[in-house]
Design a protein around this ligand. Structure first.
Ligand code: FES
Length: 128
């Protein structure tokens, strides 16, 4: 591993990194890139990223709480706390910390986005 793989500063972030993100990639920067969609916006990730990593490399939350609307970003990162559930555009629930991001995957961070993007969800965000 070269010194360029470590301690990335915002001015030297790779194209898969957003300056407003929760996570900063410090290693394994040379994996193959892929693209997926967050609330309809195309973004980049790297092969092997979990969905949680891929989303938090772009922004500071994976979803809004169904009860308070507060932003959630996962807690345990190991599949135990249930804080990182997300919706795909077709209404499926996925646990972001244990789901690999895949090319073309389409995820939503808001229930309202389910209705807007998929056009096939009820008031609870369940697919029809
Ligand atoms: S972050 Fe805890 S279950 Fe995913």
């Amino acid at each position: 591993m070269s010194s360029s793989d470590h301690a990335l500063m915002p001015s030297t972030l790779p194209s898969t990194q957003n300056a407003a993100s929760q996570f900063i990639r410090l290693a394994e920067t040379r994996r193959e890139p892929l693209h997926f969609f967050i609330d309809g916006q195309e973004v980049a990730a790297l092969q092997g990223d979990t969905l949680l990593t891929a989303v938090l490399m772009q922004q500071r939350r994976v979803r809004e709480s169904e009860f308070s609307g507060a932003p959630r970003a996962g807690f345990c990162l190991i599949g135990a706390c249930q804080d990182c559930w997300m919706r795909t555009e077709d209404g499926k629930r996925v646990r972001a910390c244990s789901t690999p991001v895949t090319e073309g995957m389409r995820v939503l961070t808001r229930i309202a986005a389910v209705v807007t993007s998929a056009g096939a969800a009820d008031e609870n965000g369940e697919a029809r």
